[in-house]
Design a protein around this ligand. Structure first.
Ligand code: GLP
Length: 239
């Protein structure tokens, strides 16, 4: 799979790379493939991973959390030391302060070498939702209605897979902490992963639409080293 090979290439080139990674259905195959590459000898011991985002207010052990997702989908398969796995603390008493702490950690790492991102149906990148302006730094983001609908359904599946009871919609997190556009736009390289027919129109708008903060993925048109990897269904209709 090309996405995993591209990440592996970054790790081989710079064994202490700082890599930003997404959650979601889209990157799961890449994570499985990175596990296979690790079993074949690829060493992640010097790498630092920054998750792009996390919900506000979940218990640390919640199967809805992105920390849980990363542990299950990626970290059990590769050797990134625990101290080098960065993610917003969903349980933080002061999420805004947690965002400042996160930005300091990104800064201390010297910025992001490779940012791997997915895209939301509304064009969000990480949890940077459509808005009049984009944030440079990490921030607390109220989730869009459409994002809440999609992510609630995904959340129910995750709970079922973990053998936990479903929760009502009213108990699903309405806010998230997300990396801003700063570390993504200044990353040496951005890799955008797009799969499935529901992403065909978002993909077209990302590549060919007006550059607007009302469709955050379009802003990636301005990145100097951005690679888009899409499956056939997502690529239908794009150049
Ligand atoms: C989520 C995440 C994003 C992710 C996007 C797409 O809300 N916050 O980081 O890229 O939605 O997810 P999926 O790959 O499941 O379509």
């Amino acid at each position: 799979m090309r996405a995993a090979e591209l990440v592996a290439g970054s790790v081989r080139e710079n064994p202490s790379a700082a890599i930003a990674l997404p959650t979601g259905e889209t990157p799961k195959g890449m994570y499985a493939e990175l596990g296979a590459l690790h079993r074949a000898g690829l060493d992640f011991s010097g790498v630092t991973i920054f998750n792009l985002d996390e919900y506000v207010g979940l218990e640390a052990s919640s199967p809805l959390s992105y920390a849980y997702f990363m542990a299950r989908e990626l970290y059990r398969g590769i050797n990134v030391p625990e101290s080098s796995r960065r993610i917003f603390d969903s349980t933080a008493a002061d999420p805004e302060e947690e965002c400042r702490r996160y930005d300091r950690a990104v800064e201390e790492a010297g910025g992001i070498d490779l940012a791997v991102v997915g895209i939301g149906r509304n064009g969000h990148i990480a949890f940077n939702e459509p808005a009049d302006a984009l944030h440079v730094g990490s921030h607390v983001q109220a989730l869009d209605r459409q994002t809440l609908e999609v992510n609630f359904e995904v959340g129910l599946k995750q709970l079922a897979e973990a053998g936990r009871p479903p929760i009502p919609r009213s108990k699903f997190p309405t806010h998230a902490m997300t990396m801003g556009f700063g570390p993504i736009m200044t990353a040496d390289r951005v890799l955008v992963l797009v799969t499935g027919s529901a992403k065909a129109e978002p993909m077209r708008r990302m590549l060919d639409g007006t550059v607007t903060t009302r469709f955050p993925a379009s802003v990636l048109q301005l990145h100097r080293n951005c690679t888009v990897l899409a499956d056939e269904r997502a690529a239908a209709g794009s150049r």
